[in-house]
Design a protein around this ligand. Structure first.
Ligand SMILES: [Zn+2]
Length: 382
């Protein structure tokens, strides 16, 4: 081939390549749609190969069995709920003038009544009768005992209550109707279990953990017959931490929590009767502290339910005494009870009698008495 002819052919090939590149574009910016080559034939880009993973078989999800699968021990509370709790109970919203408070509601002033050495003040509202004793934390609601946070005083012939007592006791009882559940779901907590037997009967042959479990079974049957959806923290001799009991209530989303216990004053054998507990409102000293520090200024999540806690406690306390005839040892406040204070729902703890008292222990150890205990608690749940 002559040199001129060779150069002509090379130039022809270069031109062809440049023209082809201009028509097709480069790979980096090629559009994803079909492209049209000079021939005019539409060529679709190859369909990308996509590997679709085959999903594994979905696990079979069953509702957890509370007594078999305890949920983690983390506390089901948020910083927000504690902050909200700390924002309540300031005591600044209310007066300490009980007479003015009653007058504001259209009710008559409390009138003094002398009973023995005690100076009592009594008042009546549509919801019931309320009485306090000057200089004592003793109070009565419809004839049943409850303990105030502070002793009432009389100054210049007029009764004064601490603002926190008006807010935490007077207003929930006199100022509103009886406790009513948001929904009829409850968790019953038979106290102790497993390696935590609780107190031992002075008669020597029974432990608290077995008696509370029997009481709980009886209560469950009665509440279910009333249409309540009932769960229990344990249904056998299971070792459960207090935090786990709170977690179980949180996981179940129940609207109310009731813990069942029996009491002891050992080595004294004298004490007998029913005590019903709810969490101490912020700013008050507790009535029972055991060996724990009572953090008076601290609010817990359950303090958001102070009013309902009290109304539920007085309702259960009254109904159990009516059913059993037990001595009235008052509705009381305690702050140390972990099974109450972390609850995000109304929660109470019932001490159904003293296993350290021989006569009461003998009664508690009969199925008939435990049935009456269960009937009493159930009667408080509409
Ligand atoms: Zn106990």
């Amino acid at each position: 081939m002559r040199r001129g002819e060779r150069m002509f052919r090379v130039a022809w090939k270069i031109g062809l390549i440049v023209a082809t590149c201009g028509l097709w574009g480069c790979a980096a910016k090629r559009p994803s749609g079909p492209v049209i080559p000079p021939s005019g034939i539409v060529i679709h880009p190859p369909t990308p190969t996509v590997v679709v993973p085959v999903p594994p078989e979905p696990p079979v999800v069953r509702p957890p069995e509370p007594t078999a699968v305890p949920v983690p021990r983390s506390q089901p509370v948020s910083r927000d709920s504690i902050a909200a709790g700390n924002a309540t109970g300031s005591g600044l919203r209310h007066t300490n003038d009980i007479t003015a408070w009653l007058r504001d509601h259209g009710w008559s002033a409390p009138h003094p009544v002398t009973r023995g050495r005690d100076l009592r003040y009594e008042t009546e509202a549509p919801a019931g009768r309320f009485a306090v004793v000057v200089g004592q934390k003793e109070a009565e609601w419809n004839g049943r005992r409850l303990l105030l946070g502070f002793e009432p005083r009389v100054v210049a012939g007029q009764l004064w209550l601490h603002p926190l007592d008006i807010e935490s006791h007077v207003e929930p009882l006199l100022g509103s109707g009886p406790w009513h559940p948001v929904e009829r779901t409850i968790m019953i907590d038979p106290g102790h279990g497993g390696r935590q037997p609780g107190t031992r009967s002075i008669l020597g042959n029974q432990f608290e953990k077995d008696l509370t479990l029997d009481w709980a079974f009886r209560l469950r049957a009665l509440l279910e017959a009333r249409g309540w959806k009932v769960t229990m923290t344990r249904t056998n001799d299971l070792d459960l931490a207090l935090a786990e009991r709170v977690d179980l209530a949180e996981a179940a989303g129940v609207s109310v929590f009731v813990s069942l216990h029996f009491n002891s004053s050992f080595p004294s054998q004298q004490a007998a009767g029913l005590e019903t507990y709810c969490l101490t409102p912020r700013g008050m000293a507790s009535h029972v502290v055991r060996e724990y520090a009572d953090e008076v200024g601290r609010a817990f999540p359950n303090n958001l339910h102070d009013a309902d806690n009290l109304r539920l406690a007085v309702a259960v306390h009254r109904a159990v005494i009516a059913s059993t005839g037990s001595e009235d040892r008052a509705v009381r406040h305690a702050r140390f009870m972990d099974v109450l204070r972390w609850q995000n729902r109304p929660a109470i703890l019932v001490e159904g009698g003293f296993l350290s008292n021989p006569e009461e222990a003998r009664r508690i150890q009969t199925p008939e008495f435990r049935q009456r205990l269960a009937e009493g608690v159930a009667a408080a749940f509409p």
